[in-house]
Design a protein around this ligand. Structure first.
Ligand SMILES: Cc1cc2nc3c(=O)[nH]c(=O)nc-3n(C[C@H](O)[C@H](O)[C@H](O)COP(=O)(O)O)c2cc1C
Length: 175
């Protein structure tokens, strides 16, 4: 599995799927670093870079985090998690800061895909945000935004189909 080197950007974007099952194979440290590099280079308002990360690779800790969401079956199989946090000390406009976090997460998902890794954005865990923050022992100025599960995908899951609305439905008007 050599990833998707040479693939056109639109092809990478379109062929990325949320991967919810992972092989029992750890994610190499250098790949975690590449994913975080992609995150770091996301755009943000005033270039304030309001993101912070917790990398979780301890299987016992992953198991415990999984219990805070109904998607525990996804988290517990993942060899690595990236917990994405908003640093409120760096925040200048909550709406724009959260948009920047979204860009940062999308960069990570695309980087995972281009490395031949599978990832899933777990937002449902925000329903128990305070409990997760407490469990992770994070200070008050950091706020949970998402948990990203990362691992090596099974071949059949990479090929899962998805669909999107037609462009005509999305464009209000051309003026
Ligand atoms: C903000 C956000 C939150 C999400 N939360 C979850 C989640 O909690 N559990 C999950 O399985 N997928 C979650 N997803 C993944 C979406 O279900 C997925 O992106 C969507 O169905 C399209 O499928 P695709 O990513 O395979 O193209 C989330 C995606 C986003 C952008």
């Amino acid at each position: 599995m050599g990833g998707y080197k040479g693939m056109e950007l639109l092809e990478i974007i379109k062929s990325r799927r949320s991967i919810r099952n992972y092989k029992n194979k750890p994610v190499e440290e250098e790949n975690i670093t590449k994913i975080l590099e992609a995150a770091r280079w996301a755009p943000s308002g005033l270039n304030n870079q309001p993101w912070k990360f917790i990398i979780v690779q301890n299987s016992n800790t992953i198991k415990q985090i999984s219990k805070f969401t109904k998607y525990s079956y996804i988290i517990e199989k993942a060899p690595s998690l990236i917990v994405v946090l908003l640093d409120k000390n760096l925040s200048y406009n909550r709406e724009k800061d959260i948009q920047a976090i979204g860009a940062c997460i999308q960069n990570m998902l695309l980087m995972c895909h281009s490395l031949g890794l599978g990832a899933c954005w777990i937002g449902e865990i925000l329903n128990r945000k305070e409990e997760v923050e407490k469990f992770l022992g994070i200070p008050n100025h950091l706020e949970l935004m998402a948990v990203i599960t990362i691992g090596y995908p099974y071949e059949e899951d990479i090929k899962t189909s998805s669909n999107r609305k037609n462009l005509e439905e999305l464009i209000i008007k051309k003026i």
